[in-house]
Write a protein that binds this ligand. Structure first.
Ligand SMILES: CC(C)(COP(=O)(O)OP(=O)(O)OC[C@H]1O[C@@H](n2cnc3c(N)ncnc32)[C@H](O)[C@@H]1OP(=O)(O)O)[C@@H](O)C(=O)NCCC(=O)NCCS
Length: 161
């Protein structure tokens, strides 16, 4: 995929919250508790938390088309967690997630970070996410069966930068 030259990545602004909520709402597979947690982390980032950082993808005049939330993993020397990445349902498949992940990795590298962990579920709704992590060089590192619910494992991906 060539990506979309009109998409840029920038830091979060408080005024982005409504647009981010819309991006999350565009995905019908997120459950109410997942939406609440995703927005909680965005609110923490807006409030200035250093544990949760958000970068947004801007699609020209159309505004926010996706976001990524990551943070330094507590009690580790050089490890970060990628907590959430969501691209608006109508803007997928043109390289927006790749741009967000590239931007996050560049920042983490610049700070001396060494590893990035991502956790996800094995349910169908996360199929695209699993494909994207594999495509962007995040090998599967572990699988905890029945973690979220019977038949729904916790899968961990772990990229060494
Ligand atoms: C996962 C998600 C963020 C991907 O966003 P996207 O902008 O469509 O992804 P990109 O276009 O940047 O794709 C990145 C790479 O993954 C591949 N890819 C993307 N979706 C894919 C899919 N469904 N199946 C296979 N490969 C896929 C692309 O081909 C691309 O590879 P390439 O650059 O080598 O061609 C998006 O589908 C989404 O928001 N899903 C719902 C939310 C979610 O599950 N988030 C993760 C958990 S928080």
């Amino acid at each position: 995929m060539n990506g979309d030259a009109g998409v840029t990545v920038r830091a979060l602004a408080a005024a982005d919250r409504a647009a981010i909520a819309e991006v999350i709402a565009s995905d019908e597979t997120f459950k109410a508790d997942e939406v609440a947690v995703a927005l909680e982390l965005v609110d923490a980032a807006i409030a200035g938390s250093t544990d949760y950082e958000v970068r947004v993808a801007i699609d020209g005049d159309a505004g926010v088309c996706g976001y990524i939330c990551f943070g330094r993993t507590p009690m580790t020397a050089r490890t970060y967690d990628l907590y959430w990445i969501v691209v608006h349902a109508r803007g997928r498949g043109r390289g927006v997630a790749r741009r967000l992940v590239d931007a996050m990795e560049a920042e983490i590298r610049a700070r001396g970070g060494g590893q990035i962990r991502v956790e996800t579920s094995e349910t169908d709704g996360y199929g695209s996410a699993r494909a994207v992590y594999a495509r962007l060089g995040y090998p599967e590192a572990s699988r905890l069966p029945d973690f979220y619910a019977p038949g729904d494992a916790l899968i961990t991906y772990y990229k060494v930068l």
